[in-house]
Design a protein around this ligand. Sequence first.
Ligand SMILES: N[C@@H](CCC(=O)N[C@@H](CS)C(=O)NCC(=O)O)C(=O)O
Length: 219
Amino acid sequence: MELLIGPRTYSTWSLRGWLVLKAAGADFAVRDVRYDTPAHKAALMALSPSGFVPVLKVDGETIWDTLSIAEWAAERYPKAGLWPADPMTRALARSATAEMHSGFTALRTFCSTGPDHPMVGDARAETPSDPALDRDLARIVALFRQMRGRFGAAGPWLFGRWSIADAFYTPVAARIRHFQIDLGAYGDDGAATAYVEALLAHPHFREWEATALGGTPLD
Ligand SMILES: N[C@@H](CCC(=O)N[C@@H](CS)C(=O)NCC(=O)O)C(=O)O
């Protein structure tokens, strides 16, 4: 099994896919690919039907798109509990995950990651300002506060126990850190900030960050 990922310093979707497979306990190899030149993009097109990463090569098949990789992992590794066990909590976790997968376009636009804006390390950027970004951030704070308020007793993650939703919000946390966003300005009472800090302190994210900064291979 092989996961194709983009640049570890800024490929947010690659990080999500990798976090899910790590949490699943999957035995997988990582292949670093690039898409920053026409030649590299052409080479990627031969490996990824959509031309995007992450892509999972498994059992002679190609699974593309992070959400699909996550759902495949949840089915392939049921004991890992990648979705909450309770059906309604699972529906809420899927809602939060889908909202990230298809939304928060202002956050992605105004706090975009790239060579100059890594999601790892100590580099920090000026906080951008835009009404659409403010709306996204207020929604993110409300989501984090609501779910942490409901599920906090079960653990430090969005739905108590770690789930795919946490993988999807880890790059959001990294953006909040890099762009020095004060969640208190968007209605946080401390719960959302604490959750962001928990995501950034997770051992798997720390491992990704260390290898991204050190240029060493991921296991
Ligand atoms: N909906 C896709 C989005 C994947 C995506 O946008 N990946 C970026 C890297 S983070 C990419 O492959 N970019 C290639 C390019 O821009 O050419 C998913 O969830 O996997």
